[in-house]
Design a protein. Sequence first.
Length: 167
Amino acid sequence: YVTLSASSLASDKSVILCLSFLGKFYQSLEENDVKFNSDDIEKALVKTCKDAKGKENRFCYYIGATSDAATKIINEVSKPLSYHFPVEKICEKLKKKDSQICELKYDKQLDLTTVDLKKLKVKDLKKILEEWGESCKGCAEKSDFIRKITELMPKYAPAAARARTDL
């Protein structure tokens, strides 16, 4: 049978979120001395998914690890992990089961030290605030969002705030 190395799978951009999320999850299982049986792994996965945000939360939804999930294929993750099955193989199987899982990709991270906020779309400015857990009540124009971001930058991205000269 065919063996895929992590590097060849990682070059398949469609599974990067799956690899990253499950890789971090597997590491947390080892660090927290979770027993490697399906039930304990499933409980830990549901707990991890409660705190997941954005695309990772969507991934949890697709595998059935959120309370509002329509389908439950969580055992497709918990059972193989209990045998210490490689994350790459699990993602490969998930991709075959539900192709939506592999359509999830991380959003491109903006470098706040160098990005020109004036050139970003309002959607991207809103996303920055959303990642910080902030909102911009009463913001109607792009300049309002930029003002709010520059005002909050020292709190959420202090290194970027110090590096910027236009603040």
